[in-house]
Design a protein around this ligand. Structure first.
Ligand SMILES: [Zn+2]
Length: 89
């Protein structure tokens, strides 16, 4: 998921550089549009992470009790950090 978001950001950055080089537009609005596109792309990927499922196997862990460091998947034992620990600072 994170790799995909990173690749999207790279692709957008490359397209931005090409647009600046090929059209010699003023770079400010182009970079602004690229940043907006990057934010939208990352948000789309991040929206899937918000679902309470195991990141490793996809098992539903919405009813799993969260420990100090996240939720332990009962299916595969992976640690999932859907919410940062609160009140432990
Ligand atoms: Zn799992």
């Amino acid at each position: 998921m994170r790799v995909r978001a990173f690749l999207w950001t790279l692709a957008i950055a490359g397209a931005t550089f090409a647009a600046i080089a090929l059209t010699s537009l003023s770079w400010v609005p182009v970079v602004g549009a690229a940043i907006a596109a990057a934010v939208v792309s990352v948000n789309k990927v991040a929206a899937r992470i918000d679902r309470p499922v195991c990141w490793h196997c996809g098992h539903d862990i919405s009813r799993t009790h969260a420990g100090a460091y996240g939720k332990i998947c009962p299916e595969c034992g992976s640690l999932n950090q859907h919410k940062p620990p609160q009140g432990t600072a």
